[in-house]
Write a protein that binds this ligand. Structure first.
Ligand SMILES: Nc1nc2c(c(=O)[nH]1)N[C@H]1C(S)=C(S)[C@@H](COP(=O)(O)OP(=O)(O)OC[C@H]3O[C@@H](n4cnc5c(N)ncnc54)[C@H](O)[C@@H]3O)O[C@H]1N2
Ligand code: MOO
Length: 433
C-alpha cells in the first residue's frame, strides 16, 4: 500500500522535543503592559528602572541613640563619661532639624536624619539615657517621659566619625540602574521598586489562560454523581497548574461531547484568552469532540507523540487573533503531564521567563521500573529526596491514577530506548515544585 505525503504527515510520530520546539517556535512574548507593582509580581521587567533619588535620600541613624560631635566624646569611658546637653529629639520623619553645637547632643531614632553639626551616633546602650545612673538598656517612651528630650546625657564610649550613620546614597545613587529589563520580579525586587518610588512598572503581563474540559460524563465537584458520571478534575488541576506557572487562569463549565457546543464555547472564549487549553476528546474514539470540532480549523494539528502518558495532542494557533490552543488528552495524569511539558513552557515563553522549561536533575531510582513502552518516552510519577539524591516511583503507569499523582513531586523520565530500570540506576527527574 502506498502512503501519500498527507498520510505520512498524519501518521508521523512526533518526539516530545519536536512538539515542544514547534510550540515555542509559534509563540512570541506578550506585549509589555504598565502595571501596578504588586500586579507585576512574578512578571519579567520590560524596561530598565533607574533610580530617581539616591537611597537612603539623606544621612540617617542606624541606631536609637544620641547624635553627637565625635570630638565631644573622644576618650569617654564608664568611669569618665562625657556629659552633653540634650537639645531635643530627632525622630524618623522629622523635617526641621536642630543644630548640634559643641557640648550638645540630640536624642535620635533609627532612620531619623542626622542633624547638622553631628557627625556620628552613639547607641543608647553606650549612655545613661539621661538617667544619671549606669548604662541604659533602652530609652523611655516619649509619651511616658517627655523629659528624655532635654537635660543631660552621660556618654560612656567614644565613636568614630560616621559611626552608626547610614550615608546618603550608600544603597543606590541617583541615576544608577536599579533593575535591568529582563529581571524576574520577586518580592525583593517589588520592594526595591517601591523604595525608589515606582508605583507602576512595564512588564510582560500574565497570559490569560482559559481551561475547557470536555466530556458528557463530567459533573462539577460538589454535585451528586449519577450512573456513568465522574467529577471534572482536569479543569481544576489545569487552572491550578496554569496559575502556578504564572498565568491568570480560569475555567469554564465543562462542555458535553457535542461539536456545536464546543465550537461555540471556544469561539466565545478566544477574544479574552492568550492561551486556550482543552482537555479530552483528542483520541481515536467516536465521540472525540475536540478533534472533531477543531480538526478542520486552519492551523490546528492533532498529533501522536512518542510519549506515555500524553500520546494524543492537539496544538494550533486559531481564530482571528491566532490564539494558541492546546488540545490535551483527557486522562487526568495525561492532561497534567502534558500541561507540564508543553503548556507551562508556553506560558513562560509568553511572559518572557527563562528558562521556559522545568529544572531537571539526575537521581538514583530506588524502585524497579518495568515495561516502559519501547520507542516512547515515559514520564512516571515519583517522589524526589534532594538530600539522598534519590527518587522513588509512586503508583504505576496508569493515566487514571490521580492519587499517586497527588502524592508525587517529580516526574521520572524513562528514555525511548529503555524499557526496564533496576533499582540504583541514575535517572533524569523533572522537579514539579
Ligand atoms: N483505540 C485507542 N484508544 C485510545 C488511545 C489509542 O491510541 N487508541 N489512546 C489512549 C490514550 S493514550 C489517551 S491519553 C486517551 C485520550 O483520550 P481523549 O483525549 O479522547 O480523552 P477522553 O476520551 O475524553 O477521556 C479519557 C479519560 O479521561 C477521563 N476524563 C476526561 N476528562 C476528564 C476530566 N475533565 N476530569 C476527569 N477525568 C476526565 C475520561 O472520563 C476518560 O476516562 O485515549 C486513550 N484511548
Ligand atoms: O497517552 Mo495516554 O496519555 O498514555 O493515557
Amino acid at each position: 500500500m502506498s502512503t501519500t505525503p498527507d498520510h505520512a504527515e498524519r501518521d508521523r510520530i512526533w518526539t516530545v522535543d519536536e512538539h515542544l520546539d514547534d510550540i515555542l517556535r509559534n509563540l512570541t512574548p506578550l506585549d509589555p503592559a504598565d502595571l501596578p507593582i504588586l500586579d507585576a509580581h512574578g512578571c519579567v521587567l520590560a524596561e530598565d528602572v533607574t533610580v530617581p533619588v539616591a537611597l537612603p535620600p539623606f544621612d540617617n541613624s542606624s541606631m536609637d541613640g544620641y547624635a553627637v560631635r565625635t570630638a565631644d566624646v573622644a576618650g569617654a569611658t564608664g568611669d569618665a563619661p562625657r556629659v552633653l546637653t540634650v537639645i531635643g529629639d530627632v525622630h524618623a520623619g522629622l523635617g526641621e532639624l536642630p543644630t548640634v553645637r559643641p557640648g550638645e547632643a540630640a536624642r535620635i531614632m533609627t532612620g531619623a536624619p542626622l542633624p547638622p553639626g553631628a557627625d556620628a551616633v552613639v547607641p543608647v546602650e553606650w549612655t545613661d539615657a539621661g538617667s544619671g545612673a549606669g548604662p541604659a538598656i533602652a530609652m523611655r517612651a516619649h509619651s511616658a517621659d517627655p523629659s528624655g528630650a532635654t537635660g543631660e546625657v552621660r556618654v560612656h564610649r567614644p565613636v568614630e566619625p560616621g559611626g552608626h550613620v547610614r550615608a546618603r546614597g550608600s544603597d543606590v545613587t541617583e541615576g544608577e540602574l536599579a533593575l535591568a529589563a529582563g529581571t524576574l520580579l520577586g518580592p525583593p525586587q517589588i520592594g526595591l521598586l517601591a523604595a525608589v518610588g515606582r508605583a507602576r512598572v512595564r512588564v510582560r503581563p500574565r497570559p490569560r489562560v482559559v481551561v475547557i474540559s470536555t466530556g458528557s460524563e463530567l459533573v462539577p465537584p460538589g454535585e451528586q454523581l449519577t450512573p456513568g458520571r465522574i467529577h471534572d478534575s482536569n479543569s481544576y488541576a489545569l487552572v491550578a497548574a496554569a496559575r502556578d506557572a504564572g498565568a491568570d487562569a480560569r475555567r469554564v463549565d465543562a462542555v458535553a461531547d457535542e461539536v456545536a457546543s464546543l465550537r461555540a464555547v471556544v469561539a466565545q472564549q478566544l477574544s479574552g484568552a492568550d492561551i486556550v487549553v482543552t482537555s479530552g476528546g483528542v483520541s481515536v474514539g467516536a465521540y472525540d469532540v475536540v478533534k472533531e470540532a477543531l480538526g478542520g480549523e486552519d492551523g490546528m494539528q492533532f498529533r501522536k507523540l512518542a510519549m506515555q502518558p500524553g500520546k494524543p495532542q492537539g496544538f494550533g494557533l486559531i481564530g482571528p487573533g491566532r490564539t494558541p490552543l492546546f488540545g490535551l488528552p483527557g486522562n487526568p495524569v495525561s492532561s497534567y503531564v502534558s500541561f507540564e511539558l508543553f503548556v507551562r513552557p508556553a506560558i513562560r515563553a509568553l511572559m518572557g521567563i527563562e528558562p521556559a522549561r522545568r529544572e531537571t536533575v539526575r537521581a538514583r531510582c530506588t524502585g524497579e521500573i518495568t515495561h516502559s513502552p519501547k520507542g516512547r518516552r515515559q514520564f512516571l510519577r515519583g517522589r524526589y529526596d534532594p538530600e539522598g539524591g534519590t527518587v522513588a516511583p509512586v503508583g504505576g503507569s496508569g493515566s487514571h491514577l490521580v492519587k499517586a499523582l497527588a502524592h508525587a513531586d517529580a516526574l521520572i523520565v524513562v528514555p525511548e530506548d529503555v524499557t526496564d530500570v533496576t533499582p540504583g540506576t541514575d535517572v533524569e527527574v523533572i522537579l514539579l515544585t
